[in-house]
Design a protein around this ligand. Structure first.
Ligand code: BGP
Length: 498
């Protein structure tokens, strides 16, 4: 029996802010990612600004939890590197890149739309035509090769104006601005796109629980409110998409959290259950079932949160249930109530104890294909709607040999194990329809801002100092993935794989 169903969507994934570049071209407005510097595994990325007295400054961190001083405005400053300004320059290379995806046999390409390319500040009455046309051209190019786009509407790049002047997602007015944005997308790209994702890793708004355990109450309240408003905005987008084109399918996208109890102490089991509810299911349950789960009340009480509801929010949530469920999957983590300070782990948006049974990458992320099978089974039993794995991969340093070849067996090994895990989950009965590996072409790391943390099948000649020719070349994994796709996942072998 075939391991993967006919028509399975094999492909790769990117995000506009990490790959497009062209940050101030074609009428695009800035986003928070444009005022975020590069960092490393051990040094933070900074948000840069001009304070109210006109002095330049920086604060460690980026994203919704990072606060710049009162009265300051985010700014691009001299003397800093902003890797997202360049990405891998997909903005100017998209034809060449899509041709390479087609050569690998991609059936699907996950990409995101930069909101500030369509509405530079987010508040304009009319969209920026140059931005609208850019994405139309990308979609036409994909169509030429029969590659189905999977479009993330918001991937970490709300227009800066909305964040600074309107207070960002905590302000319910932003729901309407997002609605206007999605209306343009759904009308303009009818017939060119079928699958949409509303917010990338929407549960990252709950990240303060792990990363800022003593977060000020204002950050906690604000995070929950932002998330609530995004749930409503997402639900409205689902309704609007279905009204615009009954063929549109809209999914949610969560950072795949999978935590094991570190010991068999029942206290660890309970802590794991609560952790999974609070960092993951809270979002999935709302978006798939159309209402907050019962344990939400416990969370709000514990965190001292009072959600502000719009008059029709509950109706929207119920009307705008997603058609499918998608998530990123890189690693698993362990939860414990015991002391683990000598055994701390890390991962994609996760912390916790290190798992002694797993291997860890140079960035401290575990490799756990069984965790993927476990997650796929758990999610499908809970939700019973089609699933997509829309990010998965190994960030690693690649070496270019004298003849230009790149032998990335470690990446092949990682991916092959995860393909096997998906095949097992399908045999378990899971309705898995797509697999788009993360960073199919090298791009800027979201967490560290580095180029050297590479995920691609396609190498891009650009270093952390933004030096390089931007030339593209094929890694060994390129040829391996081509074979995987050509055999619909039957053959994951590679001669140098152990
Ligand atoms: C996810 C993001 C991606 C991507 C990935 C890898 O959280 O959705 O944008 O960057 O993580 O993370 P990193 O780039 O930090 O290695």
């Amino acid at each position: 029996m075939a391991r993967f169903p006919e028509g399975f969507y094999w492909g790769g994934a990117t995000a506009a802010n990490q790959c497009e570049g062209g940050w101030n071209e074609g009428g695009r407005g800035p986003a928070r990612t444009d005022v975020t510097t590069g960092g490393t595994a051990t040094t933070p990325r900074y948000t840069t600004y001009i304070d109210k007295d006109g002095n330049p400054g920086k604060v460690a961190g980026f994203g919704h939890m990072t606060r710049i001083p009162e009265g300051a405005k985010c700014a691009v400053l001299d003397g800093y590197l902003y890797p997202n300004h360049v990405g891998c320059d997909f903005y100017h290379h998209y034809k060449e890149d899509i041709a390479l995806f087609a050569e690998m046999g991609f059936k699907m390409y996950r990409m995101s739309i930069s909101w500030s390319r369509i509405f530079p500040k987010g508040i304009e009455d009319q969209p920026n035509q140059a931005g609208v046309e850019f994405y139309r051209n990308v979609f036409l190019e994909l169509k030429k090769y029969g590659i189905e786009p999977l479009v993330t509407i918001s991937h970490y790049d709300t227009p800066l104006y909305i964040e600074e002047e309107l207070g960002g997602w905590a302000n319910p007015q932003v729901i309407e601005l997002f609605d206007k944005f999605t209306a343009v997308l759904f009308n303009e790209y009818k017939g060119l796109v079928k699958y949409w994702l509303t917010f990338n890793e929407i549960n990252c708004l709950l990240m303060f629980k792990a990363f800022m355990p003593n977060a000020p109450q204002e950050v906690v309240q604000d995070s929950y409110q932002q998330l609530h408003n995004q749930f409503v905005a997402s639900a409205k987008a689902v309704v609007r998409a279905h009204e615009t084109d009954p063929d549109y399918k809209v999914g949610c996208m969560l950072a795949g959290m999978c935590s094991y109890p570190w010991t068999c102490d029942p206290k660890d089991v309970i802590a794991t259950m609560e952790g999974m509810q609070e960092s993951f299911y809270y979002c999935g349950d709302v978006m798939v079932r159309g209402k907050y789960p019962a344990y939400a009340k416990r969370m709000w009480k514990k965190d001292g949160v009072e959600l502000v509801w719009g008059k029709d929010d509950a109706d929207w949530l119920m009307k705008g249930k997603v058609d499918f469920f998608s998530f990123s999957y890189y690693n698993t983590s362990c939860t414990t109530t015991h002391d683990f300070k000598d055994a701390a782990g890390s991962g994609n948006l996760t912390l916790g104890a290190k798992n002694p049974y797993l291997k860890y990458s140079e960035w401290g992320w575990s490799t756990d294909p069984d965790g993927l099978r476990f997650m796929l089974n758990t999610l499908y039993s809970r939700y019973e709607i089609p699933l997509m794995v829309v990010e998965n991969g190994l960030g690693a340093i690649d070496t270019v040999e004298a003849d230009g070849s790149i032998h990335d067996d470690y990446r092949i090994d990682y991916l092959a194990q995860h393909v096997d895990a998906m095949a097992q989950a399908i045999e378990d009965g899971v309705d898995l329809i797509a697999y788009t590996t993360w960073g199919c072409i090298d791009l800027v790391s979201a967490g560290t801002g580095e180029m050297r943390k590479r995920y691609g099948f396609i190498y891009v000649d650009l270093d952390d100092n933004l030096q390089g020719t931007l030339a593209r070349s094929r890694k060994d994994s390129f040829y391996w993935y081509k074979k995987v796709i050509a055999t619909n996942g039957e053959d994951v072998s590679w001669e140098s794989r152990k």
